[in-house]
Design a protein. Structure first.
Length: 225
């Protein structure tokens, strides 16, 4: 298991590699989390003219402080050239688990809108098979009823001490069996009251940039967007 210093080196390497993907004049989707927090200064140091959208207030604050132009993701922007985000888990097929920071719904919207979605991770995020926890965003309205429906799939826990999501939802984690990720994703999405979940399919992912122990980066192509 990598120590904190080694993990930080891996994250920085992946973040720097992602910053090199950004071209002048492009629109960039900014994810949320500790690896994205390293990507933002790497991007700012390049001095490019880019338009950004952010998936959380924390990301937006940091990006603006670094001099990056952040705009609302509204009707004026329909597509993004590139989105960059981290992940909690990455399996061999390219399935992701995201949402440790509670912004998985916005992150999924941004990833789906991007022509290219690059995922930046340290080596410990690469797993043989996806497992719990799977982050969920739930509607506050009818929360008890939603939890009852979800209980037929497996245990769901409201996240202790977590505030609302960026859009006012309730953060929870599915702790039950995963099995085939696509089947679980479909069942979670079909449950009334589930705003979205943290399972991201390979079809969304262009490439995964994995920081390694020596500070180099392993690039895994998942699919062409």
């Amino acid at each position: 298991m990598a120590g904190d210093d080694e993990r930080d080196l891996q994250k920085r390497a992946a973040a720097a590699a992602a910053a090199d993907l950004v071209q002048d004049g492009t629109t960039v989707g900014l994810g949320t989390g500790s690896t994205v927090a390293l990507f933002l200064p790497a991007l700012a140091r390049r001095g490019l003219s880019v338009r950004c959208v952010a998936t959380s207030e924390a990301t937006e604050r940091q990006a603006r402080a670094l001099g990056l132009a952040v705009e609302p993701f509204d009707a004026r922007i329909e597509r993004l050239d590139l989105a960059v985000d981290g992940a909690d888990q990455v399996d061999p097929a390219g399935w992701l688990v995201k949402g440790g920071g509670g912004a998985q719904t916005r992150e999924k919207i941004v990833a789906a809108a991007a022509e290219r979605f690059a995922v930046i991770v340290s080596a410990d995020k690469v797993v043989a098979a996806i497992g719990p926890p799977i982050p969920l965003e739930l509607m506050p309205f009818g929360l008890g009823a939603t939890l009852r429906l979800l209980s037929s799939l497996g245990e769901v826990r409201i996240r202790d001490g977590a505030g609302p999501t960026p859009d006012g939802g309730v953060l929870a984690d599915y702790m039950g069996p995963v099995g085939e990720p696509g089947e679980l994703a479909a069942r979670l999405a079909a449950t009334p009251g589930v705003v979205d979940h943290g399972l991201f399919p390979p079809e969304m992912v262009t490439e995964v940039l994995i920081g390694t122990a020596d500070g180099s980066v392993e690039r895994r192509e998942v699919r062409a967007r």
